[in-house]
Design a protein around this ligand. Sequence first.
Ligand code: GLU
Length: 324
Amino acid sequence: MKRGRFAPTPSGDMHLGNAKIALLSWLQMRAVGGIFVLRIEDIDIQRSKPEITERILTDLRWLGLDWDEGPGASEVSGPYYQSQRTELYEEALAKLAAEGRLYPCFCSRAELLAVAGAPHGLSSEGAPYPGTCRGLSPEERERRAQHKEPSLRFAIGPAAVSFIDGIAGPQVFPPGSGGDFVVRRADRMYSYQLAVTVDDARMGITDVLRGDDLLDSTPRQLHLYTALGLTPPDFAHAPLILGEDGRRLAKRHGDLGISALRAAGTKPETVIGWLAYISGLLDQPEDVSAKDLINGFHLDRISREPFVLTETMVRQLLPNTSQS
Ligand code: GLU
């Protein structure tokens, strides 16, 4: 049985870019009769807000994107809030530590920034970690730990990582790409890479469809799958929606929150039709329900081009302004 998921971080309202990913991952499961899981990635409790989670749930329901497992649905592979899953992350860390794959890192942010310019950095981060703390002696670790709480770093394996992305095509990341990465910060917060890998594996996710800003996180997650002896899912990374400045869609591009569109009187079918159009699933924007798109849906049909959202298009989505 196929299992997919949508995993929003409730630190900001759902916008058109997130809604596109929710729609595509929902369609991927609905087209094959799979299970669609909703997981709330609130591991960063400082930045996550319960009222945003509530709005995301409302937005998804309004768009007609239902979930089989998750908040308010079946709880068989839960809990579905990362903030309630920390024991599982600790368990995974214990396993990695037992394999000798973790080490304490005392490097400061400034020290890490100073190594900028080295090759093979994952694009989202810049330079890879040069391995400064990997070879510290046990005595040196102990000495430093008296002055500074360390983060925990995962020592990646020596092999290159390759996989076939269901949308972006074949991917190859050379050995050492990105370097060893943090799995638990000095303040004890678990990293996204660790949490998402543990959760996708524990929830039996077979197909991950997400934004292509996370494409270069995938080799890190694959390293973790291997080290933890887990079977990785198939990955598909869909192009993001960009603002006119070429940057990833965000609040600065005007109020494109799904809740805002709903409040403005936009119909969910209009939003879905428009998302389907920019994803390559419709030849032109027209009002459709999410269910209307299930038949014939396939990853091959998803456009690989990032879409630039203009202000004119935004106005077309708003009923009041498009009539004037
Ligand atoms: N929580 C992440 C986000 O909202 C998505 C993580 C994932 O899909 O792997 O961007």
